[in-house]
Design a protein around this ligand. Structure first.
Ligand SMILES: NC(=O)c1ccc[n+]([C@@H]2O[C@H](COP(=O)([O-])OP(=O)(O)OC[C@H]3O[C@@H](n4cnc5c(N)ncnc54)[C@H](OP(=O)(O)O)[C@@H]3O)[C@@H](O)[C@H]2O)c1
Length: 305
């Protein structure tokens, strides 16, 4: 479904932030819009996250996702399943350049030589000679295992030698991003952070927006905790959609990149099926009002982890 008609249809259905992302240079591949990053590369706005997918199940799960139209997978050395991601992409018959693959530098590998070895392991596990996006997984400001500025300079090397097409960070707070900006001219393309209706993470999100850093939401469904919420259930019933689709559509309309995880075929399909309905401004605001601030966090705090 590539082409002007598809682009036009998606533009008409899109909410304001998404329409802006498309009008701002994104093109449509299948039904999923693309976000243009600050390095000029494009990234599908929705992908499959594979945290906690068992290594032995990963090739099957990613294979299901590719078969229904996902073209973006988010993995990490920490998840232990990069090999299954690479195997699924090879088995799918899709050209490598048609699938966007993100992986991440594991904790305790921030020293340059450790980072170089870790990145080589990632490429070897995936079985690819490049990744589309490579992220520093956590800033780890309290650990004595190298520092994120040295790690960032090493990621810049990977981008210059072409083995990481785009580079970015994950779980970086505003202070970490400011420290990086003082030390390097290369601005991260992406900051992957915890963000969902229970934790809007607005301070970090708005800083990224002002700095030209694309925001990617991890645990977009708050690991499933949002799906029993009464307001979301009511909106879902009214629109004939599932609660997960309502939450994911909310992220998409805000222009955020999302990577919901599911190992369940029917949910994998459901989570991609977001591009033929729209939430009203009122529903968007109702969902944003579910914010619980820090109390809504499901994962560790980046200043302390
Ligand atoms: N950078 C980081 O530090 C970081 C941290 C955490 C996560 N991540 C990334 O973000 C991705 C997503 O985050 P996450 O896995 O923590 O949480 P999530 O995507 O918010 O939620 C996943 C949970 O929701 C369930 N689920 C998914 N779709 C559903 C649907 N349509 N209906 C009902 N339940 C549904 C899944 O169950 P089933 O699998 O059983 O279907 C799973 O239990 C991860 O996989 C990983 O790639 C990154």
């Amino acid at each position: 479904m590539i082409g002007d008609r598809a682009s036009e249809a998606t533009r008409r259905r899109a909410g304001p932030a998404q329409a802006q992302a498309i009008a701002g240079g994104g093109r449509v591949t299948g039904p999923v819009p693309e976000i243009t990053l600050n390095d000029g590369r494009r990234m599908p706005q929705l992908g499959l996250g594979v945290f906690k997918v068992a290594p032995g199940d990963t090739a099957r799960v990613v294979g299901e996702a590719l078969a229904v139209g996902y073209r973006h997978v988010d993995t990490a050395e920490m998840y232990g399943n990069e090999r299954g991601v690479g195997d699924a992409i090879r088995a799918s018959g899709l050209a490598r350049e048609n699938v966007f693959v993100t992986s991440k530098l594991d904790n305790d590998h921030h020293r340059p030589d450790d980072a170089r070895r870790a990145f080589e392991r990632t490429l070897a596990e995936l079985g690819f000679d490049y990744v589309d996006l490579f992220l520093i997984h956590w800033p780890l400001p309290t650990r004595d295992s190298g520092d994120f500025v040295s790690a960032w300079r090493t990621l810049v090397e990977f981008q210059r030698d072409g083995r990481a097409r785009s580079i970015g960070v994950s779980n970086f707070q505003v202070a970490h991003l400011e420290q990086l900006a003082l030390a390097s001219d290369v601005v991260p393309a992406v900051n992957q952070i915890e963000l969902h209706p229970h934790m809007l993470n607005e301070h970090v999100r708005s800083h990224c927006e002002r700095s030209g850093i694309a925001v990617e939401a991890w645990s977009p469904l708050a690991r499933g905790r949002l799906l029993d919420d009464r307001a979301i259930a009511e909106i879902a019933r009214r629109l004939g959609r599932t609660p997960a689709q309502v939450v994911l559509r909310w992220h998409v309309q805000r222009g955020t990149i999302v990577i919901p995880k599911s190992a369940t075929p029917v949910r994998i399909r459901e989570n991609l099926d977001l591009f033929d309905f729209e939430l009203s401004d009122e529903d968007m605001q109702r969902i944003a009002a579910l914010d619980r601030g820090e109390a809504g966090r499901t994962g560790p705090h980046p200043d302390r982890f």
